[in-house]
Design a protein around this ligand. Structure first.
Ligand code: ZN
Length: 137
């Protein structure tokens, strides 16, 4: 596994526009992108903090993953994403080690990254995401 940094931290929010205002007006960050990821039934907003991004996630469907998460746990930190080189290889290695994978193969996430989630039952309760920007690596 070749993890270079924390690519982003995903935070589930009820109201994206209100949350953007908090990050901008209170924390002084600048939202540089808002994107809907239909596949995951979310609307996302991104902020850059050094090498790491904050990804706010608002549900567009109560039956989607973030909709269900908000219903069960409310707002808060949802997942942590590591930037890796060679995501296919990384997934194969994890699979070999018996780690439960939500995505056995990478799929397309926000910002055109290849992403895959690891099951929190295998990662001490933290929903982890691997991502790779294949345009960069
Ligand atoms: Zn993410």
């Amino acid at each position: 596994m070749n993890i270079s940094h924390i690519e982003h931290i995903g935070i589930a929010v009820k109201n994206l526009d209100e949350s953007i205002r908090f990050y901008e007006d209170v924390l002084g960050m600048k939202c540089y992108s808002i994107e809907e990821v239909a596949d995951q039934k979310v609307r996302t907003a991104f902020f850059q903090v050094g090498d790491t991004k904050i990804e706010l996630l608002e549900s567009t469907d109560p039956e989607g993953p973030i909709g269900k998460y908000l219903e069960k746990k409310g707002e808060g930190v949802h997942h942590m994403a590591f930037a890796v080189k060679g995501i296919d290889n990384a997934l194969a290695q994890l699979d070999e080690k018996g780690i439960r994978l939500i995505d056995k193969e990478p799929r397309k996430g926000a910002e055109g990254l290849d992403i895959a989630f690891l099951h929190p039952k295998s990662t001490q309760g933290v929903l982890m995401e691997l991502c790779e920007d294949k345009n960069k690596s």
